[in-house]
Design a protein around this ligand. Structure first.
Ligand SMILES: Cc1ncc(C[n+]2csc(CCOP(=O)(O)OP(=O)(O)O)c2C)c(N)n1
Length: 471
């Protein structure tokens, strides 16, 4: 038993000794802002292990510590509890539910696209900067056109990324093609960055025979083996523990790559978020969790989602490195993800990134967000805090971009998309049998029965079924 205790303590200390990688110090040095109260002398009726003196004040406010550095409290006495040595304190003090100051948000570009003085960031080349900006514009254009196409009834559903273009594109830019992506659903920019064509996006939304998913999914549920991008599944946060498994397999195979998974602030309330984070920490899995904290989970505002200081602080509870970043600052997102990738791969550890941003569009085409939030709020984020125009200003200041290039790009993307839509609309729908195949080598009797019943029902009520699906 004693040797088990010792072993656990060693594990505890070896994982904590190296908890500040040298390359992170400039980013993370300012996190220990806690003040320490003058320490009270031990009471003469000092508490024993499981009791305290009845004469001590037990008033709740005296025991609620606003912000306290418990590492300063060690007496000489330390005990090997399971998990490592713990010092004792004679004061009964509850850990505060929040720090007096919120975790600061890392940014590099101000709202005008100017570099913030003394900012610490990873430089991007002209080629990279121009591709980042072009892909943000492409995503914006795609969203505008698809949204209209859905409104015209030509596709059944769509979600836009408006306001979150920087998180999409800059995070993708900081990764390598071998990194495995497990998205939520508001991250098609990552797939765009990796070379999924506009035609492929359109085919998926039209669910035609060229769609890689063979029309089995709702629009926007993209996926591509070729691009290491797992197919989106609608149940929120299921991708998070799966990403840890993928990351662990990369580690086992000795690959120099990580898994990267995305979720929204709403996703953090799912059990899968917590299971995934803990699983990642204890398995030392090279996975980056990117939470797009965009203020809303459909109609639920973040104020009703959690009482913690957002999402980043949850990483600490699980023993995971974390950073809060301005999700509307492409350069900050790029730098944070780039550095997180180094930690994940070199140190074989998970990292949590909370990207503060705002969902400018409706949740989806099934939503009208003006029913639950002020139009002024939306306009403010759309105009004043727009991530695309902010990055554009920086790219222009570098002399990398002109009005002529802007016009040409926007018109070319629009033309390409309209053409892709024409092509996709004319393409055949996948045959009915594709609803049942590809899961089992040989169709099991229950699915055979379902197919038989479906065909019977189509024959009986042909008007209730789409006429363009080959039977
Ligand atoms: C397990 C589960 N519960 C509920 C839903 C319904 N649902 C779809 S999207 C959504 C909101 C998610 O919000 P968030 O994670 O913040 O992402 P955002 O849409 O803001 O990008 C909900 C509740 C779902 N798809 N899956």
């Amino acid at each position: 038993m004693a040797s088990w205790f010792l072993q656990r303590s060693r594990i505890f200390f070896s994982t904590h000794q190296h908890s500040k990688p040298f390359f992170l110090l400039p980013f993370l040095n300012n996190t220990s802002s806690s003040f320490s109260r003058p320490r009270t002398l031990p009471h003469k009726n000092s508490p024993t292990l499981f009791s305290f003196s009845r004469h001590e004040s037990t008033k709740a406010d005296a025991q609620l510590e606003l912000e306290h550095d418990f590492t300063q409290d060690h007496t000489n006495q330390e005990i090997d509890f399971p998990g490592g040595k713990v010092g004792f304190t004679s004061e009964m003090r509850f850990i505060s539910m929040s720090a007096s100051k919120r975790v600061p948000c890392y940014r590099v570009l101000d709202d005008n696209g100017e570099l913030v003085k003394d900012s610490n960031y990873v430089q991007v080349s002209k080629e990279m900067g121009v591709k980042m900006y072009s892909d943000m514009v492409t995503l914006q254009t795609m969203d505008n056109i698809f949204h209209e196409v859905q409104r015209q009834g030509r596709i059944s559903f769509y979600v836009t990324q408006m306001g979150e273009e920087a998180v999409n594109i800059a995070s993708a830019a900081a990764l390598a093609p071998d990194d495995i992506i497990l998205p939520q659903y508001r991250e098609p920019g990552v797939l765009l960055w990796r070379g999924f064509t506009l035609q492929q996006f359109v085919h998926q939304c039209f669910g035609n025979t060229h769609d890689l998913g063979k029309g089995r999914q709702m629009p926007i549920h993209y996926g591509s083996n070729q691009h290491n991008y797992f197919t989106i599944s609608s149940p929120i946060a299921t991708q998070l523990p799966q990403a840890v498994g993928a990351a662990y397999s990369l580690k086992m195979d000795g690959k120099s790559a990580c898994a990267v998974t995305y979720c929204g602030d709403g996703g953090t309330s799912e059990g899968d978020f917590h299971a995934g984070m803990n699983f990642a920490a204890v398995m030392d899995a090279p996975v980056i969790f990117i939470c797009r904290n965009n203020g809303w989970a459909i109609s639920t505002p973040v104020e009703e989602q959690f009482r913690s200081d957002g999402v980043v602080v949850k990483g600490k509870a699980y023993g995971i490195w974390g950073i809060r970043v301005d999700g509307n600052d492409a350069l900050a997102v790029y730098s944070a993800v780039h550095t997180a990738r180094e930690i994940a791969i070199r140190e074989k550890r998970p990292v949590l990134i909370e990207a503060l941003t705002y969902r400018v569009g409706h949740h989806s085409t099934s939503d009208d967000s003006t029913k639950y939030r002020a139009i002024d709020e939306i306009e403010y984020w759309k105009m004043r805090r727009n991530p695309v125009s902010r990055f554009k200003r920086w790219v222009e200041k570098n002399g990398w971009w002109s009005d002529k290039e802007e016009l040409e790009l926007r018109s070319s993307i629009r033309k390409q998309l309209l053409h892709a839509i024409e092509v996709a609309e004319k393409a055949q729908k996948p045959p009915l049998e594709d609803m049942f195949n590809d899961v089992y080598d040989k169709l099991p009797p229950n699915l055979e029965e379902q197919e038989r019943l479906l065909r019977k029902s189509i024959k009986k009520h042909p008007k209730d079924y789409p006429s363009d699906v080959p039977l």
